[in-house]
Design a protein around this ligand. Structure first.
Ligand code: GDP
Length: 324
């Protein structure tokens, strides 16, 4: 496989912040639009690339999961997203050319790479709650941290990902909501539940403490492959979410934006918008904080939209990380 010439040749360290900052591509703008409708079950198919002037759409929809381990999921009909090539997230060590259409995860801007494999979850267990980075598990396994405003749907998403109704409740037990909670997946990697932020009735000083230790975790956890920042797509962008995203961007912490509650489609009064519009608005608002476009993905814990896609994205980041 030919490599893009602007991939760095310097050795890659396992430190998390190097993964995206080194490999975020800033492709030259091209007049291509890509319909991001590929579901994981369409691995053999290709996404559609058309000139940006065209308004035709492709259709690709499947209700089955390709991850095999669990029962079929039913995904609602989705409007294909049109994504310009320069707005795609191209994983490291991945070739993209106009001759060969990229494979894009449905409801996201994420191009699939050769590292996407072993995505299914076979086992998940709660391991420990930590109050500081140094107390976190030290076996060196890669991990993904879920964080978001209180009520964004973090516990629901975590449960949807591991398909266990009660697993994330462990982190909701008294005394654990302010901790770094580690869940071991397939005995080989971790999902990490971080304290929700912006909880209105939390005393100011307590909020400060959360900020302090989660920031320390983001900056110093060497096995952190990517933060998954959860954003509620059923409402317009909140200031605190924009601040969080900009902090991560400015500190070059690898980040994937997970838009939650994408099933909530009803237009609200007072200019409420559809999830797709909120998703677009949010990206425009944070774009100035990022050198290149971060990966994002639309989800719903109600319909399981995005579940397989999240797992595939995690698998390709994880496998790349493990190989470098
Ligand atoms: P957390 O505080 O971030 O852990 O949020 P929860 O997972 O407890 O969810 C907060 C509220 O949002 C609950 O009432 C959930 O039922 C609801 N919720 C969570 N995820 C979704 C979703 O994907 N779609 C819809 N419609 N509601 C959701």
């Amino acid at each position: 496989m030919a490599f893009l010439t602007h991939f760095p040749v310097a050795p890659i360290h396992h430190h998390s912040s190097s993964l995206f900052t080194r490999f975020f591509l800033t492709p030259k703008p091209k007049t291509l639009l890509i319909f991001a409708t590929l579901s994981p079950s369409h691995f053999s198919s290709t996404s559609t690339i058309i000139p940006s002037s065209s308004s035709s759409s492709s259709s690709s929809s499947s209700s089955s999961s390709s991850l095999e381990t669990f029962q079929e999921i039913s995904l609602p009909e989705e409007t294909p997203l049109q994504i310009a090539q320069e707005k795609l997230f191209i994983p490291p060590d991945t070739e993209i050319s106009s001759e060969k259409s990229p494979r894009i995860l449905r409801g996201s801007n994420i191009v699939l790479s050769k590292y996407a494999r072993d995505a299914q979850i076979v086992s998940a267990e709660f391991v420990k709650s930590s109050v500081e980075t140094d107390a976190c598990p030290s076996d060196g396994s890669p991990e993904f941290a879920l964080v978001g405003r209180s009520n964004v749907g973090k516990s629901s998403l975590l449960n949807s990902i591991v398909k266990r109704k009660k697993l994330a409740l462990t982190s909701k037990k008294p005394g654990k909501t302010q901790c770094i909670n580690h869940f071991r997946i397939n005995d080989s990697w971790y999902l990490v539940d971080l304290p929700g932020y912006g909880y209105a009735s939390a005393p100011h000083e307590l909020k400060q403490d959360w900020n302090k230790f989660t920031k320390d975790y983001f900056l110093n956890r060497s096995t952190l492959v990517s933060v998954f920042l959860l954003i509620d797509a059923s409402i317009p962008a909140k200031k605190i979410d924009l601040e969080y995203a900009s902090w991560l961007g400015q500190n070059q912490v690898p980040m994937t934006i997970v838009f939650t509650k994408c099933d909530k489609r009803k237009k609200k009064k007072n200019g409420g918008k559809h999830p797709e519009e909120n998703v677009q608005d949010f990206q425009e608002l944070i774009s100035k904080y990022f050198d290149s476009v971060p990966p994002w993905i639309m989800t719903s814990s109600l319909t399981n939209q995005g579940r397989d896609e999240i797992l595939l994205h995690m698998s390709q980041l994880r496998n790349y990380w493990l190989n470098h």
